[in-house]
Design a protein around this ligand. Structure first.
Ligand code: GLN
Length: 304
C-alpha cells in the first residue's frame, strides 16, 4: 500500500474543511493555539513512517491520555477495575453529570471524564510517584524523552473546571474516589495536559496495534487479551456520543481529544494520528474525522 501518496491526496482533499468547527476555548490556554493546522502521521508495525503537514508539531493530547492512564490502571487492577466503572458507550457528552447521578457514581466507561477521573484516583492509590510514573510510561511507549506535561495548560483548565470538579465531587459522594478530590482532579488535568506530536502519538498507539502480543513496558504489563479489550473500548467509547458515528464513518478503534488530535489503530498493521484543532459540536476534530473516513474508504482497510 502506497500510504505516502494516499495520505498526501487525502490531505489535499481535507484542507478545504480546515475552517469548519471551532477550537476548544473552555480551556483558556487552548484558545490561543493556531486553529489552521493539519498534521498527519501513520506508522506501521513493520517500522515505516508516512507523514504530512504539521506531523512534528506538539499539541495538547487532552482525552487521548485516557488510553494511557487506562492501560496503567488496567495493568494494576485487572478486572477489579470494572467494579468502579463500566465499559459501555455513554451516549452522552464527555463531561455529562446527569448519567453519573442516575447511575450512582459508576461512570459508564473509562473514556468519559468521570471514568478517567476514577482511573486517576486508581493510579494515585497504587503509584508512589504518579506524576513521574505516568509521564515516564508515555515517554517509553512513544519512544521519546521529549514528552512533557504542560503545567500552564493544566492550571488554566483548573481555573475553569467547574464541571469536572462537580463530577469529582459526585464520584466522592458515591464513595468512588478514595483520595483527596483536589489531588485527583489536579492529576487528571495534568495527564490531559501532556503535549505530543502526531508522530509520537502514532508510535505510542502502535503498542496497542498488535492485540496478539503481550504489552510489556517496564512495570506496565498487559496480556494480549487485555490489549484486545482496550481496543474494544476505544472502538465503542473513544469518541463520546459520536462513537457510533466514528465507527460508521471510519471503522477503526481510536481516541480523540479536545486539543484536536485523533489517534486510531488498524489492528496488526498501523497506528495513525491526525491533528487539527477545530472541533465539531461533539468535541472531535472535524478534519481528523474527515481524514480518517477517507483513509479507510480509499484503502478499503478497516476492521469491518
Ligand atoms: N481536559 C479535558 C476535560 O476534562 C479533556 C476533554 C476531552 O479531551 N474530551 O474537559
Amino acid at each position: 500500500m502506497d500510504y505516502q501518496t494516499i495520505i498526501e491526496n487525502i490531505y489535499n482533499k481535507v484542507l478545504p474543511f480546515v475552517n469548519e468547527g471551532k477550537q476548544a476555548d473552555y480551556i483558556p490556554a487552548l484558545a490561543k493555539v493556531n486553529p489552521n493546522q493539519v498534521g498527519v502521521c501513520l506508522k506501521t508495525l513493520d517500522g515505516k513512517e508516512y507523514a504530512i503537514g504539521q506531523a512534528e508539531e506538539k499539541f495538547s493530547i487532552q482525552s487521548i491520555s485516557k488510553v494511557f492512564s487506562l492501560a496503567m490502571a488496567f495493568a494494576l487492577e485487572k478486572d477489579i477495575l470494572w467494579q468502579r466503572m463500566g465499559k459501555e458507550p455513554s451516549g452522552t457528552s464527555f463531561n455529562s453529570l446527569v448519567q453519573l447521578e442516575l447511575e450512582k457514581g459508576i461512570p459508564r466507561n473509562p473514556f468519559i471524564n468521570a471514568g478517567a477521573i476514577v482511573v486517576a484516583d486508581v493510579l494515585l492509590s497504587h503509584l508512589q510517584n504518579p506524576e513521574n510514573e505516568f509521564i515516564e510510561f508515555v515517554r517509553l511507549i512513544s519512544n521519546s524523552q521529549n514528552v512533557n506535561y504542560n503545567h500552564l495548560v493544566a492550571q488554566s483548565e483548573r481555573g475553569q473546571s467547574y464541571l469536572n470538579a462537580a463530577i469529582t465531587n459526585l464520584l466522592k459522594y458515591h464513595n468512588n474516589i478514595k483520595n483527596d478530590i483536589e489531588q485527583v482532579l489536579q492529576f487528571y488535568l495534568l495527564m490531559c495536559s501532556v503535549e505530543m506530536s502526531c508522530s509520537e502519538l502514532s508510535q505510542a498507539f502502535l503498542c496497542f496495534a498488535d492485540h496478539t502480543k503481550e504489552f510489556n513496558y517496564k512495570n506496565v504489563h498487559l496480556t494480549a487479551s487485555q490489549v484486545k479489550r482496550i481496543n474494544a473500548i476505544m472502538q465503542t467509547c473513544g469518541f463520546y456520543d459520536e462513537s457510533g458515528e466514528f465507527s460508521y464513518l471510519v471503522g477503526l478503534p481510536g481516541k480523540s481529544g479536545v486539543g484536536g488530535g485523533i489517534s486510531a489503530i488498524y489492528p496488526q498493521r498501523y497506528a495513525v494520528t491526525v491533528f487539527s484543532p477545530r472541533l465539531n459540536d461533539k468535541g472531535n476534530s472535524v478534519v481528523g474525522m474527515k481524514f480518517l473516513e477517507l483513509l479507510t474508504t480509499e484503502t478499503k482497510e478497516s476492521i469491518f
